[in-house]
Unconditional design. Structure first.
Length: 371
């Protein structure tokens, strides 16, 4: 099933909600999850496409008469979650246990990665079977995945950094797509970039990985691939990626001199001295140490690190990094920070420009044969 995730619709001054609902229906959405800051005049079935809706109320709405009456007499197929006790935010959505709240994003922004992982693990411990945590409030698209729990902030319909934002979740594949309706009409030709990292010795333990990854990228129209680091030397120039332009980052202590002259022309190394990849009008900075900063420091420290990069490279729009198991996306004011995860969690990212739509997808694993 496809779920549509929206948040922070506020006054909807641009009257974009009908357009977003139309897009969600076109993408196959059957459920809408609203992560809070909704006006009472938008609590109507017809405004959200007569779909099933799970909506988080915020603290200031608990005592407002107009919301009290809506809670007592909700529109058809609407379910509300409430601030205060954590159990008031937990709802089963078609037998999948979810947390539908509003302010959890601030814990993400102001905690190191390790601390936020503990927060998600604690929720999972308290609410057995919890799979998804949804929140808004920060007006920033955010994704973070631990082993068992996935955190999603779809961004904001109103007053986001860039466009009118929303997301979709595919509950069969766990694929998450971060979408936006641009505020202006771009003139660039559409193109897609695949982002991967930390493939290490995947070729030795999964002989079909590169073939399946190629298929996933081809189905999404990918023409360029950025490998953020930790690739096995023997996988440089892999035949399954011969039809893509591939940019790859090496660790400082792993210079493949024996491969120089043998690396195919479609493979280009990203040097430490100039860690910039330019694809059409997009610029990517491939960071070698951001995983450590995120693990130990808060989102504020990450923001300061990104500002240093943008002072030196003001046209960079994406900061990529490797070295973490957990896939990660954070929309900052001037750039988006992305870790696609590693080959062993099977995750990858596809960026579709010029809308800058981002997909967190997964390379499938074949089921075991029946006895």
């Amino acid at each position: 099933m496809i779920w549509g995730i929206i948040s922070d619709t506020h006054d909807d001054r641009a009257h974009v909600l009908p357009r977003i609902v139309k897009e969600l229906i076109a993408r196959g959405a059957k459920v809408i999850i609203h992560c809070g800051d909704i006006k009472p005049e938008h609590v109507k079935s017809e405004i959200l496409g007569n779909m099933e809706v799970f909506c988080a109320l915020v603290e200031k709405q608990k005592e407002k008469p107009e919301f009290k009456s809506l809670v007592e007499n909700p529109p058809p197929k609407w379910t509300f979650t409430f601030p205060g006790l954590e159990e008031e935010r937990i709802v089963p959505i078609h037998d999948i246990m979810c947390y539908v709240g509003h302010k959890r994003s601030f814990e993400f922004l102001f905690s190191p990665e390790m601390e936020f992982s503990k927060t998600l693990d604690s929720l999972r411990k308290n609410f057995d079977g919890l799979r998804w945590v949804f929140a808004g409030h920060s007006h920033q698209q955010t994704f973070f995945k631990t082993h068992l729990v996935t955190f999603v902030n779809p961004g904001a319909v109103e007053d986001s950094y860039d466009g009118y934002e929303f997301a979709t979740v595919n509950t069969d594949t766990n694929e998450v797509v971060f979408c936006r309706i641009p505020k202006t009409i771009p003139i660039e030709t559409t193109f897609s970039i695949g982002i991967i990292s930390d493939t290490l010795n995947i070729s030795k333990i999964d002989t079909s990985f590169w073939q399946k990854l190629r298929k996933e990228f081809e189905e999404r129209g990918v023409t360029h691939i950025i490998h953020c680091g930790n690739i096995a030397l023997e996988d440089i120039g892999h035949r399954e990626l011969q039809n893509f332009s591939v940019y790859y980052k090496l660790r400082k202590n792993r210079q493949p001199q024996i491969y120089r002259g043998q690396v195919p022309e479609n493979w280009k190394e990203i040097p430490d001295t100039e860690p910039i990849v330019k694809i059409n009008d997009r610029q990517f900075y491939v960071h070698s140490d951001l995983a450590r900063i995120l693990l130990e420091e808060s989102g504020a420290e990450m923001h300061r690190e990104c500002l240093k990069i943008l002072e030196a490279y003001p046209e960079v729009g994406f900061i990529l990094y490797s070295g973490s198991n957990n896939a990660f996306l954070q929309e900052d004011q001037r750039a988006r920070i992305i870790n696609p995860g590693n080959a062993f969690t099977r995750s990858f990212v596809v960026l579709c420009s010029p809308r800058d739509e981002m997909t967190i997808g997964y390379v499938p694993i074949d089921p075991l044969p029946q006895d």
